[in-house]
Design a protein around this ligand. Structure first.
Ligand code: ADP
Length: 338
């Protein structure tokens, strides 16, 4: 690498040499003396201009161009000196800065989209409840044919609000890192038996058959947060019930595999069209908004499930065929290692 100092030094030496030569060699010719002196100054300026001023101006221009946040300018110097090193570092800094801006803009978009979704989700049950109460107050309370029905509807809207708020609190605690997992060894088989038994009531109400498939005779110790994994199973089974038709079947299955246990919740429900599959774990993403709301969905269940599974260093997978059914699969480790 040529040193920046060498270039400055060369410019000074040429100017001084030019002065000396013109002074000593041509003391009697003012014209030659002036010509050599001027040439020396010109060459020195040329060196300074090409190797110092021009690159600095180029850098300044790129800095000025940053006022436009869509600018794609970079500093392109091919001088192989300290300025080149500086411009390379500057470009690296610029790339990092631009990717930070893109990231911040994305976060801002996600945040406002999230706020929009939250207010929309809260508004619907709130307005419905308000409407029902107003109707009751305007006389429907004395009408025995409808008063209980309206009250029942108001209650179910308030229950929906409650569920939404609980899930919102969960998701914000998970995403802010506030929710810590309580990892310990526990028997996954008894958790599965308990959860499936508890969900039988809902399954019967919807007239679907819910079964647990696997060797329930022997306990299997896994390492994880028991309550959070219960929440995962409940969400998946609730969904399977919600998105099944009467007489459908839901199978919760578990099998031991080396260092982990493979768990799946499979239904014979309505299924999910392939174009929606990559997005169903996003917050508030629903395939059919009306059906989801009708069955009391908040649109946050699968986002919470995914967060919890990922916090266990695992992944969740979904396979689905419209009209045939859906299967969610994930693994829980038997030990905390790996
Ligand atoms: P929701 O509260 O709306 O059920 P989720 O986050 O739990 O929200 O699920 C997101 C969407 O994925 C649902 O709205 C539904 O369209 C689809 N979905 C989830 N589970 C199933 C399933 N077992 N069968 C069919 N569709 C499902």
């Amino acid at each position: 690498m040529y040193s920046f100092r060498i270039q400055l030094f060369a410019a000074v030496v040429i100017a001084v040499l030019g002065g000396i030569i013109s002074y000593y060699c041509f003391p009697y010719s003012r014209f030659l003396s002036a010509l050599i002196g001027l040439t020396a100054i010109f060459i020195s300026y040329g060196i300074l201009y090409f190797f110092v001023l021009r690159p600095l101006r180029l850098i300044q221009r790129v800095i000025d161009a940053q006022k436009d946040k869509n600018s794609v300018h970079r500093v392109n110097l091919y001088t192989s000196d300290e300025l080149q090193t500086m411009s390379d570092s500057f470009n690296t800094m610029l790339d990092a800065f631009r990717s930070d801006i893109v990231q911040l803009e994305k976060l801002e978009r996600v945040r406002s989209e999230f706020l929009g979704n939250v207010s929309h989700e809260l508004r619907t049950p709130l307005f419905t409840t308000q409407g029902l109460i107003e109707t009751l107050l305007h006389g429907a309370v004395d009408d025995k044919k409808v008063n209980r029905y309206f009250l029942q509807k108001a209650l179910s809207n308030i229950e929906r609000l409650n569920l939404l708020l609980e899930e919102l609190i969960d998701i914000s605690r998970i995403e802010s890192g506030e929710m810590k997992l309580r990892l310990r060894f526990f028997d996954i088989v008894s958790l599965l038996v308990d959860t499936v038994n508890a969900e039988q009531v809902l399954a019967e109400q919807q007239n679907v058959i819910l079964t647990l498939n696997g060797d329930t005779g022997n306990p299997i110790e896994v390492f994880g947060d028991k309550e959070r994994l219960r929440q995962v199973l409940v969400n998946l089974i609730d969904n399977a019930i919600k998105y099944s038709e009467p007489k459908g079947t839901i199978m919760v299955k578990f099998t031991e595999q080396n260092d982990s246990v493979k768990l799946s919740v499979e239904d014979t429900g309505i299924g999910i069209p392939p174009q929606h599959l990559p997005r169903i774990f996003e917050r508030f993403y629903r395939v059919d908004k009306n059906r989801s709301r009708d069955v009391g969905g908040s649109g946050l269940g699968l986002a919470i499930v995914k967060h919890i599974i990922e916090a266990h260093n695992s992944t969740i997978n979904v396979e689905s065929v419209v009209g045939i059914g859906t299967k969610f699969t994930f693994f829980v480790k038997k030990s905390g290692v790996g």
